[in-house]
Every structure is written in structure tokens, then in C-alpha cells.
Design a protein around this ligand. Structure first.
Ligand code: ZN
Length: 241
């Protein structure tokens, strides 16, 4: 496959390679994309159950969904695509992952430099005093400092992404020689800006998706079509022996 071989050449010459991942990398692990038609999203409309206003009014509703997601994430394993990226990082060929996923699967696969752009399912934080904890078990955590119900530490609709992640991701994207878009159509703002920031600063854009996206005929230099749990291990096998 010509595109893969061209991508391998670019990756071999890159001094900073950054990956942006989305829901498509975790579907093979059994985590449904919230834009899909999975039954979970019929039972728990994300525009309601994952909205900051719902948290203010009925935090238990948000936690009902959050605990389901946490249980789901703990019941799955990283797949071949997550492992391929971890192998790239170990080999010095990948310098950072910006993930829009909250499932912690990159970290569980062994990736170390991961920016949880939309936060993580594994933590909870207090919106009053900012205390952040890793809740034990599957119950709704209450802040030990101020007694309020804590918020799941992932970004809800109507909420800004964590400031540190936002700034670090922009910085990584702007200095990338190669920017790989994996399993995402990158339409959710502000993550959608990242491939454009990379491109404007001279990066080569490699896109790996099962279908063409709005990026493909716009800023993508090399489009590698297919399920990423197939294409990523193939790509990495050409670089890491
Ligand atoms: Zn508190």
C-alpha cells in the first residue's frame, strides 16, 4: 500500500510526531462512539446526561452515566491500535498522544506521554475547591474538604476543556513535524483546531480512518483507509522490528 510506505518515510524523518486519537481507536475495545447508535446512548442521551447544566441541577443523573462508562472502561482492554502507539513511543518514534477519549486505554497500553484532552473517567474533581481524587469503587464521590458531590473529571457538554491540556496540546501540535489523526473526524471543537494548527506550522498530516472525513481532501497529506486496529499495527510493523 503506497500511502503507508510514504507515511513510513515521513515518520522516519520526523523529529516530533504527535498523534490525535478519537473514538474510532476504542470501538474495537467495545467502547461505543457517543455519536453512534449504541443502546447506551439511547438510554442515556449524552446531551442531557453529559451536560454541565444537568450536573448543577441533578448531579446524580450525570453520575448514573459516568459510573456506567467507568464500569464499561474497566471491562475492556486496550486493542492492537493502542498497543501499536505504545510501541511507537517506546521506539522513540512517537512523542505525544492527544486523546479525545476518556477511557484511559492509551495509558493502560503503556503509553506515557498522553494528554487527556477531554479529561478522564478515572478521576473526579470538586468544582468548588478543585480537589481531585481517584474514586474507589462505583459510588458517587463526595468532596472530603467541602462536602459537595464531586464532578466526573471528564469534560461535559457546555464545559471548557481542561486549560492545561488545551495549552499543552496546542503547543505539541504547533511543533509537530508529523501529525497523525487516528480514529476521529476531528469535528468537535476545540480539538478540531489541532490538525490545522499542525498543518499551518508545516506538519505533514497523516490520517488513519475507516472512512474519509472533512480533513481527507482538505489538509490530509496521506490517507490510510481502514480499521485502525488493522492499519496501525501494519504501519508500526514497518518501522519497529
Ligand atoms: Zn470540595
Amino acid at each position: 500500500m503506497h500511502e503507508i510506505d510514504e507515511a513510513v518515510k515521513k515518520l522516519g524523518a520526523s523529529r516530533q510526531t504527535i498523534a490525535l486519537t478519537g473514538a474510532g481507536i476504542s470501538t474495537a475495545s467495545g467502547i461505543p462512539d457517543f455519536r453512534g447508535t449504541h443502546g447506551l446512548w439511547k438510554a442515556y442521551d449524552p446531551s442531557m446526561y453529559a451536560h454541565i447544566n444537568t450536573f448543577y441541577e441533578k448531579p446524580d443523573m450525570v453520575w448514573e452515566l459516568a459510573l456506567k462508562l467507568l464500569e464499561m472502561a474497566h471491562g475492556t482492554e486496550p486493542n492492537r491500535a493502542h498497543h501499536a502507539l505504545a510501541a511507537m513511543e517506546s521506539a522513540g518514534l512517537l512523542h505525544g498522544i492527544i486523546t479525545q477519549n476518556i477511557d484511559n486505554l492509551h495509558q493502560r497500553a503503556g503509553s506515557r506521554n498522553v494528554i487527556d484532552y477531554h479529561g478522564t473517567i478515572e478521576q473526579a474533581s470538586c468544582i468548588t475547591c478543585r480537589t481531585t481524587i481517584m474514586p474507589a469503587g462505583y459510588s458517587v464521590p463526595v468532596c472530603s474538604s467541602c462536602g459537595r458531590i464531586m464532578k466526573p473529571a471528564f469534560t461535559l457538554f457546555g464545559e471548557a476543556v481542561p486549560a492545561a491540556a488545551f495549552l499543552e496540546a496546542r503547543n505539541l501540535a504547533s511543533f509537530a513535524d508529523v501529525f497523525i489523526v487516528i480514529g476521529t473526524s476531528a469535528v468537535v471543537q476545540p480539538a478540531a483546531d489541532l490538525p490545522f494548527i499542525a498543518k499551518e506550522n508545516g506538519a505533514c498530516i497523516i490520517e488513519m480512518n475507516s472512512e474519509e472525513t472533512g480533513l481527507t481532501n482538505y489538509i490530509t497529506d496521506f490517507f490510510i483507509k481502514g480499521a485502525v486496529e488493522e492499519t496501525l499495527p501494519l504501519l508500526v510493523s514497518k518501522m519497529v522490528k
